[in-house]
Design a protein around this ligand. Structure first.
Ligand SMILES: Nc1ncnc2c1ncn2[C@@H]1O[C@H](COP(=O)(O)OP(=O)(O)OP(=O)(O)O)[C@@H](O)[C@H]1O
Ligand SMILES: [Mg+2]
Length: 334
C-alpha cells in the first residue's frame, strides 16, 4: 500500500454534489449527485449524449460547472484544480497522446510533465508498456497503432503519474471482445492495488464486469443507482419473450407468463409480443412452452434474452433509447 498523500486519506474519493452544466440551452448535466468511495469502481452508464463526458471533464477540472460542487479527495475542483490534478489520471474519449511520437516517447513526456527525472520517466514508461503488452510497439509512431493499441497507450499515459483516482471515459468503446477483456483485467488489477475508478460506459456488460456500484444517467439526470445486482433485480434480470401467432392471444400469453414466473408481464402492442422477467430462465422457458401447448396457443416466437442497455432504459423510463417517443408498452397489472 502506498502512503497516503495530499487529501488522499479522505474516505470519499469523488463527491459530486448537485452539479449542473448548461451549454446555452443544452442541459448537459442537470443536477447530478454521486459519491465514489475510496477503492471502489463506480460506473456511470448511459447512452450517447447522456452527459457522461461532461461530468467526467468537470471532475477532471477541465470544465467548470454552471453550479454545484465537486470534491476530489476532499479538494474543490474549481478552487484548487492543480491539487486535484495531482490525484487523478484521465483516459478519455478524445485521445491525449501525440500521433507523431512513439508510444514510449508519449509516456516519457507525460513523466517529464510530472517532473520526474529522465531515468524515472523511462523506468515508468517501460513498466507501463510492459504491463499493457505494448513493449514490441514501443518505438513505433502512435499513428501506426491499431484502435486497441491506441486505447492502451492512452490509458498508459494516464497511469504515469501513479494516480490514486482514475477517470475512464468509455475505455473500451469500439474494441473487439478479446481486447476489451484484456483491458478489463488490467483495470481490475489497478483496482486490486488500491486505485479508485470512476468509469463511464454505454455497456451494461462493462458496468457489470467492473463496477461495484453504478448510476444510470440519461439526459443529464441520474435515473437509477445501485449495485449491478440491485439494478438487475430492479430490471428483472433475464427476459422471457413470447409472441403468439394470433395477436388476439396476447392476453392469454400474458396470463401464462404471469402464472409461470410470478412476475408482471409487459405487453408490447407494437411487436405483438409479451415479455416478463425470468430469473429461472430455462425452467420458465420449458414450463411456458408446455403450458402454451396445453392451451393450444400457437406461437410465432419464444425466447430468452439478457437485458440490453435498451431494456434497462425501457424498464426505467418506459421509453426506448432509440425511439425517443413514448412507447406503447403497458404493464398488465399494478
Ligand atoms: N462544449 C459543448 N458545447 C455545447 N454542447 C455540448 C458541449 N459538450 C457537450 N455538449 C452537449 O451536452 C450533451 C451531453 O454530452 P456528453 O458529451 O457529456 O455526452 P456523453 O454521455 O459523453 O455521450 P457519448 O456517449 O456520445 O460520449 C450533448 O447534448 C452534447 O451535445
Ligand atoms: Mg462521452
Amino acid at each position: 500500500m502506498e502512503t497516503s498523500g495530499n487529501g488522499s486519506d479522505h474516505e470519499v474519493a469523488v463527491e459530486v454534489n448537485n452539479i449542473v452544466k448548461h451549454f446555452g440551452d443544452v442541459k448537459a448535466v442537470d443536477g447530478v449527485s454521486i459519491s465514489v468511495k475510496q477503492g471502489e469502481v463506480f460506473g456511470l452508464l448511459g447512452p450517447n449524449g447522456a452527459g457522461k463526458t461532461t461530468l467526467v471533464r468537470i471532475v477532471a477540472t477541465l470544465s467548470k460547472p454552471t453550479s454545484g460542487v465537486c470534491l476530489v479527495g476532499g479538494i474543490d475542483t474549481v478552487a484548487n484544480p492543480m491539487a486535484v490534478r495531482s490525484l487523478i489520471g484521465l483516459a478519455g474519449q478524445a485521445a491525449a497522446v501525440d500521433d507523431l511520437l512513439t508510444g514510449r516517447e508519449n509516456l516519457e513526456i507525460v513523466g517529464r510533465l510530472y517532473q520526474l527525472t529522465t531515468a524515472e520517466a523511462r523506468r515508468r514508461a517501460d513498466d507501463i508498456l510492459e504491463r499493457l503488452s505494448l513493449t514490441e510497439a514501443a518505438n513505433r509512431q502512435v499513428s501506426t497503432y491499431s484502435g486497441g493499441m491506441r486505447r492502451r497507450i492512452d490509458l498508459g499515459a494516464s497511469l504515469v503519474g501513479r494516480p490514486r483516482i482514475l477517470l475512464l471515459d468509455e475505455p473500451t468503446t469500439g474494441l473487439d471482445p478479446r481486447t476489451r477483456n484484456e483491458l478489463w483485467s488490467f483495470i481490475q488489477e489497478l483496482v486490486d492495488n488500491g486505485t479508485t475508478v470512476l468509469l463511464t460506459t454505454q455497456y451494461l456488460e462493462e458496468a457489470d464486469e467492473l463496477a461495484n456500484r453504478l448510476a444510470v444517467i440519461d439526459h443529464g439526470n441520474i435515473i437509477a443507482e445501485g449495485t449491478p445486482d440491485q439494478l438487475k433485480e430492479q430490471l428483472g434480470g433475464d427476459v422471457l419473450m413470447a409472441a403468439p401467432a394470433d395477436p388476439d392471444h396476447l392476453s392469454v400469453v400474458a396470463e401464462v407468463l404471469a402464472a409461470v414466473t410470478g412476475e408482471t408481464p409487459r405487453i408490447d402492442a407494437k411487436r405483438h409480443s409479451v415479455t416478463v422477467p425470468a430469473a429461472d430462465r430455462i425452467a420458465a422457458l420449458l414450463e411456458a412452452g408446455q403450458e402454451f401447448q396445453n392451451r393450444g396457443v400457437a406461437l410465432r416466437d419464444l425466447s430468452i434474452s439478457r437485458p440490453s442497455l435498451d431494456d434497462v432504459f425501457l424498464s426505467i423510463t418506459g421509453k426506448s433509447t432509440e425511439d425517443g417517443e413514448d412507447g406503447e408498452d403497458q404493464e398488465v397489472t399494478q
